[in-house]
Design a protein around this ligand. Structure first.
Ligand SMILES: *Cc1c(COP(=O)(O)O)cnc(C)c1O
Length: 383
């Protein structure tokens, strides 16, 4: 048996939609990108959605659009994918790493509050592997200190939060901007791709210009105009455009999204139920205000377990079952070593070192899942 960590959920529908784009003759940012943006905005409940090449570029543009740059500090957890911090450095600003809550592994509001300085301009909470961060506390801190909130929602399409008004999708604007990823490791994919959502129209307009070389008109407007249009380049910007090929794939994926979220939640609940018997393993913690999309299912191995985390991963691999280490820590990576020489985050380090991600994808059969559960019981169970 061979069980991968994940598998994209693509079929003839995406093939057909991409083939239509090729036949149309318009392959880069055009009508399909617009349609994908509208569909995505409607799904999360946002007034505006802006498509880009990745979540990394979405995060970069979000900082530029909010005027955050050299001399400014942005507070993030160290426990996240490295792109969160890279985007801050690309904007010329400084990432400030803080602790996570030991159970949710989401950014710890008290740690955020303690890290605020006169240079702090924004908080960038990460909805870890789909589990929504404690937005109520973070929005309150942001309001009290006049800080922008940029959500790294790379993994959180389909996740929900209840901030007192009932369940709503992550991406419905609460902070200033939310950024999503369509890398194949996330719930839906366009190969590579990203999306920003926001409430403010002027910000959306600026984002559209920043992704398109700072050009004053879109290719589509120019193409469909009956008159010669002279474009202007009003600021130095980037090429972060999504292609219509990718957007067509994204539209096919949006049709499947509700089913993908439902399947992942069902499988996650089944893991939690069966793994309750394995004393050395702690399942993910879902706070009352959060509904995860279970982009990944993360288990924590007790420090007195019969084997180490890495031994458990090897034993699983020997049985043909892929696992991955838990969420990385940025401050321990060589690229950040100099910058982070004095950073101490013991809760983060422990949480990262004691966790592993186990296979989960919507097509997973109960037989496949039972094999993973059996292997975990055999390898991590006590005699
Ligand atoms: C995947 C991921 C990113 C980067 O997304 P890309 O679309 O690959 O650029 C950023 N932040 C987090 C938390 C992620 O998981």
């Amino acid at each position: 048996m061979n069980i991968p960590i994940t598998r994209p959920y693509l079929d003839e529908r995406e093939q057909e939609l991409v083939a239509d784009v090729i036949a149309s003759g318009w392959v880069t940012q055009g009508p399909r990108v617009e349609e994908f943006e509208e569909t995505f905005a409607a799904y999360v409940g946002a007034p505006h959605a802006v498509a880009v090449t990745s979540c990394t570029t979405a995060l970069h543009l979000s900082l530029l659009a909010l005027g955050i740059g050299p001399g400014d500090e942005v507070i993030i957890p160290s426990m996240t994918f490295i792109a969160t911090a890279n985007a801050i450095l690309h904007a010329g600003a400084t990432p400030v790493f803080v602790e996570v809550h030991p159970r949710t592994v989401n950014i710890d509001p008290q740690s955020v509050e303690d890290a605020i300085t006169p240079r702090t301009k924004a908080i960038m909470p990460v909805h870890q592997i789909g589990m929504p961060a404690g937005m109520a506390a973070l929005l309150d801190i942001g309001a009290r200190h006049g800080l922008k909130i940029i959500e790294d929602a790379a993994c959180a399409v389909g996740s929900e939060v209840d901030l007192g008004d009932g369940w709503e999708k992550v991406g419905r604007p609460r902070g200033d901007l939310a950024c999503f990823s369509f890398h194949p490791r996330k719930l839906i994919t366009t190969g590579e791709g990203g999306m920003l959502t926001c409430a403010d129209e002027a910000t959306a307009t600026r984002l559209r210009r920043l992704r398109h070389h700072g050009m004053s008109v879109s290719d589509r407007t120019r193409h469909s105009s009956g008159r010669v249009v002279a474009e202007e380049y009003v600021e130095v910007a980037h090429n972060y455009r999504m292609t219509d090929l990718q957007a067509a794939m994204g539209l096919g994926q949006m049709e499947k999204l509700a089913g993908i979220v439902e399947a992942r939640r069902r499988l996650a609940a089944r893991y939690t139920e069966h793994l309750a018997e394995v004393e050395a393993l702690t399942p993910p913690f879902e706070p009352a205000y959060a509904r995860s999309n279970y982009q990944s299912y993360c288990v924590r191995l007790a420090s007195d377990a019969p084997c180490s985390r890495d031994e458990l991963m090897q034993k699983m691999l020997d049985r043909g079952i892929s696992t991955r280490r838990g969420i990385m820590t940025i401050h321990r990576e060589p690229a950040y070593a100099d910058m982070c020489a004095h950073v101490e985050l013991p809760i983060t380090e422990r949480a990262s070192d004691e966790t592993l991600l186990i296979p989960l994808y919507p097509q997973m059969t109960d037989d496949e899942q039972d094999a993973v559960i059996r292997a975990l019981k055999d390898c991590a169970g006590r005699e």
